[in-house]
Design a protein around this ligand. Structure first.
Ligand code: GAP
Length: 485
């Protein structure tokens, strides 16, 4: 086991510390009011749109659904991919100091003993004595007040029993028998593999501290009360990064990563007034953390956690060194010093981020109707990087004259971007359909295109302005107008 004294290390130098940044963020105390106030978007509207357009819907719907599990249809899967791609681009590709890991979901059971999850990854479970429904205690009972409506009895008759601790990890077995020796856990966070594999990844990628290991992947938690659509589910994806730093530099790196993560959401178009950084109170901190903040989003139901950014100290590496008997310290060759790095962890949820981007982008506006009056249009004003489809190609009609050129345009654009070919319904209806799923540009092929000028009409999602552009210049036009950087 490695236990090295950080205070015996030489002084920090510039290379140990983060670059100076100046991010203007909103910081609130641990006990800040969580009420979302009056919100212009309801969760019902988001859930309805997602179902109607096939973005996200109940898992196993034809069998009545499975609580806490959701399926992402074609456009939802594309949105989720775009969230992950945007994260990987900023956290990996544009940096030289973070490397990627794709570890197995099933890990040696000792991992979860060392991490503290077997002992402590629990929620207090309480049961209503009237109908036997189970709730997470803090969500069912607040003080003496019974805040949860009992499904099978009158609200006032809710009768909660004493809480007991319930471990949130799913268990399964490897191999054909269900002996105790074959028991494994479904990982409840992606983080642990980055600690367990630290020495191997550091050595083979030849990274020097400070550096990070990042991973995107599924995690599983047997949540007692999954709720709020994809906000709290039992199977979800995380985007986590463990950034290993020299002891003593951890607080500066923690501040740095809070700024970077805030900036990521803002650059992807999230409205500043819907974001805030909230400190964890001492009694809220996880067992491994010295200091944690949440990036919170103003969801329609409350200000709630979008991402946690924790200073995990050397807790995890020390625990895994202790439980595995392997050395997980780092050797700094330039200073001839050995130490166990401290870790700063930005841990985000893909599903939660997708939900926040959807809520933030959702707009209802008045628009001119085909009959000269006004119409209501629903719009997802997603950042171009997040939009599932970048352009829709719409032949004015299914007329044989238009189809070949419209197909040619679709094939031309498909090589560069995700596009959709849509020829069903009136052009107005098709515009509305694309607005609702956030497609930045509609490209219309009409009779003038084929008979006169080989030019198409490009309609902008947000401004509803239209421009005539020649097919020869179309790729260049979209290159200039799509904000994908
Ligand atoms: N490794 C640290 C960790 O897992 P966490 O705050 O428990 O920290 C990180 O989880 C992020 O994962 C959360 O901020 C949230 O976005 C997402 N997440 C956690 N539990 C979730 C759940 N049940 N459903 C959806 N997303 C979840």
């Amino acid at each position: 086991m490695t236990q090295l004294d950080p205070s015996a290390l030489s002084d920090l130098t510039e290379g140990d510390l983060p670059p100076e940044t100046d991010v203007d963020l909103v910081h609130v105390p641990a006990d800040a009011d969580t009420s979302a106030g009056s919100h212009d978007t309801s969760m019902d509207a988001i859930v309805e749109l997602c179902k109607r357009r096939g973005l996200i819907f109940q898992s196993s719907e034809i069998y009545g659904g499975l609580r806490g599990a959701w399926d992402y249809g074609p456009l939802g899967a594309a949105l989720k991919d775009n969230v992950k791609d945007a994260w990987k681009r900023d956290m990996l590709q544009l940096r030289g100091d973070v490397v990627q890991l794709d570890a197995a979901i099933l890990m040696h059971p000792r991992v979860w003993e060392a991490s503290g999850h077997v002992e402590g990854f629990t929620d207090p479970l309480t049961e209503c004595r009237t109908c036997n429904a189970r709730f997470r205690e803090d969500q069912a009972v607040q003080g003496d007040a019974k805040t949860y409506e009992c499904p099978r009895s009158d609200y006032s008759l809710c009768d909660f029993g004493p809480a007991r601790q319930f471990n949130l990890m799913f268990q399964t077995h490897v191999g054909p028998t269900e002996e105790s020796g074959s028991k494994v856990w479904m990982r409840p966070e992606t983080a642990q593999a980055m600690f367990v594999d630290f020495a191997h990844v550091q050595l083979t990628s030849r990274q020097k501290v400070p550096f990070g290991i990042a991973q995107v992947g599924k995690s599983f938690r047997n949540e007692i009360t999954p709720r709020n659509f994809i906000f709290r589910v039992r199977e979800f994806e995380q985007m986590e990064m463990e950034f290993f730093v020299r002891p003593g530099a951890d607080e500066q790196w923690h501040e740095y990563w809070i700024g970077q993560r805030w900036d990521w959401y803002i650059r992807l178009g999230m409205r500043r007034e819907n974001l805030r950084i909230r400190d964890h109170a001492a009694d809220e901190l996880s067992h491994y953390a010295k200091h944690t903040v949440d990036v919170e989003y103003r969801f329609p139901f409350a200000w709630s956690e979008l991402e946690g950014i924790a200073n995990r100290t050397d807790f995890d590496l020390n625990r895994h060194a202790e439980y595995s008997g392997k050395d997980l310290s780092y050797y700094d060759g330039e200073r001839d010093e050995r130490y166990v790095p401290y870790v700063v962890e930005p841990a985000a949820g893909v599903d939660r981020a997708a939900l926040a981007f959807l809520v933030d982008a959702y707009r209802v506006e008045e628009a001119p109707s085909a009959k000269g009056g006004t119409d209501r249009r629903v719009l997802l004003k997603l950042h171009h990087r997040l939009a599932p489809t970048k352009a829709a190609i719409l032949p004015l009609s299914r007329n044989d004259k238009l189809v070949p050129t419209a197909r040619e345009v679709a094939d031309l654009l498909r090589r560069r971007w995700t596009v959709q070919y849509d020829d069903a319904g009136s052009i107005g209806k098709r515009y509305r359909r694309q607005d609702e799923v956030g497609t930045p540009f509609c490209v219309t092929v009409d009779f003038q295109t084929v008979e006169e000028d080989r030019a198409v009409t490009i309609r902008d999602r947000d401004e509803m302005t239209q421009e005539r552009v020649s097919i020869d210049r179309l790729v260049e036009y979209l290159d200039d107008h799509l904000d994908l950087d």
